[in-house]
Ligand binder design. Structure first.
Ligand code: PMP
Ligand code: GLN
Length: 406
């Protein structure tokens, strides 16, 4: 079978949503009956309960840039505390448009083509609700970030899961092509890729362009790690390629770029017709996004573009530190090409399923990570665990010391 509709029952049986049942007259039939609590919540809670070093959910343990925090304090004090414009603060949308031109060579209209959202999660959700009609098929490449599949199903669509090719987690474009049917409406692309750290190459973009030419396929680009690529690689944004950009909704997140995942501010860049539909949904999901933070981000994008330009080197140093610290352990790995996640193959240690081993590592050894199989419809050839290295050196050292002893 080329693509399969995801059966999450295996995963979610292990993470049931708890609570007492309502009386029969008040019972509702769930729209997502097989969906449990997300793995990020499950593993972070488990880490907290057991005092484990939390390398599971992806967030830095160091602060946002002081200059940015200063701007937040300023705008809070200056009274920028009422609703922002629905599509986003014009000054912030202008900065996003400028960044898009400077980095990807694409001129976008800040008024008609840029929308500020409550994190990338909301941008992805609104984009999917906006373009997927009941019965449409949406292609997802597994392992796939966990919010895509439920959003597709809530829109009445069917997620068709196509595995990436292990061990490099590259896209098998022929396989993608053969999964396309007259019902296929959307392909979701995530590069740099969470959880594998793989990145798309120029050859991938050429294959993608050939694949979609002459079709009705739209593209949803999840590019939240657009500034976190290593070893001199260039981010292959959909926005670089006019023939791809004209059919793309491209999503990013300031949470990743500014070490502030709790702010939940992201955005979507898309041609005007797609943006119009996106905003039709966005205005009723959240209407608008935290005003003082938008002011602060607009200031900081203008004054300190060096922050995101320095991110590759900043995170490459962390990746290299973490990988060096793991030398001599029984975990096997290829250093991540992008993102702040490192996959580890633990097959030399145990043949336990990754979900079980991730729990045991957290509870017994004191290091929490994410089992990658929960992002896959089909079992992986080699089970792997994902570790977040967006951490201070001392955190990485403490975690690696434990992992080396295993
Ligand atoms: N997509 C991917 C691939 C992610 O890793 C994340 C979160 N880390 C998101 C979307 C959601 O981003 P946000 O926290 O801005 O909602
Ligand atoms: N995207 C983050 C990760 O991959 C988690 C986001 C969340 O907790 N929902 O770890």
């Amino acid at each position: 079978m080329i693509g399969v509709a995801r059966d999450r029952s295996q995963t979610n049986r292990q993470f049931p949503v708890t609570g007492s049942m309502p009386p029969p007259s008040l019972a509702i039939s769930s729209k997502l009956p097989d969906v449990g609590t997300t793995i990020f919540t499950v593993m972070s809670q488990l880490a907290a309960e057991h005092g484990a070093i939390n390398l599971s959910q992806g967030f830095p343990d160091f602060p946002a840039p002081e200059g940015l925090l200063d701007r937040v304090r300023h705008h809070l004090g200056a009274g920028h505390n009422q609703y922002a414009p629905m599509a986003g603060l014009p000054a912030l949308r202008e900065q996003i448009a400028r960044k898009t031109l400077a980095l990807y060579g694409r001129q976008v209209d800040a008024d008609a083509e840029v929308t500020v959202t409550s994190g990338a999660t909301s941008a992805l959700f609104c984009a999917i609700e906006a373009v997927v009609q009941p019965g449409d098929e949406v292609l997802c490449l597994d392992p796939a970030y966990d919010s895509y599949d439920p959003a597709i199903r809530l829109a009445g669509g069917r997620a068709v899961h196509i595995p990436l090719r292990e061990p490099a987690f590259s896209v098998d474009w022929d396989r993608v092509r053969s999964a396309i049917t007259p019902r296929t409406r959307l392909l979701i692309i995530n590069s740099p890729h969470n959880p594998t750290g793989a990145v798309l190459s120029p050859a991938d973009m050429a294959a993608l362009a050939e694949l979609v030419r002459g079709t009705r396929l739209l593209l949803l680009g999840d590019e939240v790690y657009e500034h976190i690529l290593f070893d001199g690689q260039r981010h292959e944004s959909l926005l670089r390629y006019p023939e791809l950009a004209e059919r793309s909704l491209v999503v990013s997140s300031f949470g990743k770029t500014y070490h502030a995942t709790g702010w939940k501010i992201g955005y979507c860049v898309a041609p005007a017709a797609l943006t119009r539909e996106l905003r039709r949904v966005h205005q009723f999901v959240q209407f608008c996004v935290v005003t003082p933070l938008q002011y602060a981000l607009a200031d900081f994008l203008e004054s300190d573009p060096g922050h995101y330009l320095d991110l590759p080197a900043f995170y490459q140093a962390k990746r290299d530190q973490f990988c060096a610290l793991l030398q001599g352990s029984r975990f096997r790995f290829t250093p991540a090409a992008g993102t702040y996640f490192q996959l580890l193959d633990y097959s030399a240690i145990t043949d336990e399923p990754d979900v079980d081993y991730a729990r045991r590592l957290t509870v017994e050894s004191g290091v929490a990570c994410i089992p990658v199989s929960v992002f896959c419809a089909e079992p992986m050839l080699t089970p792997r665990l994902r570790f977040c290295f967006a951490k201070d050196l001392t955190t990485l050292e403490r975690a690696a010391e434990i992992l080396r002893r295993i």
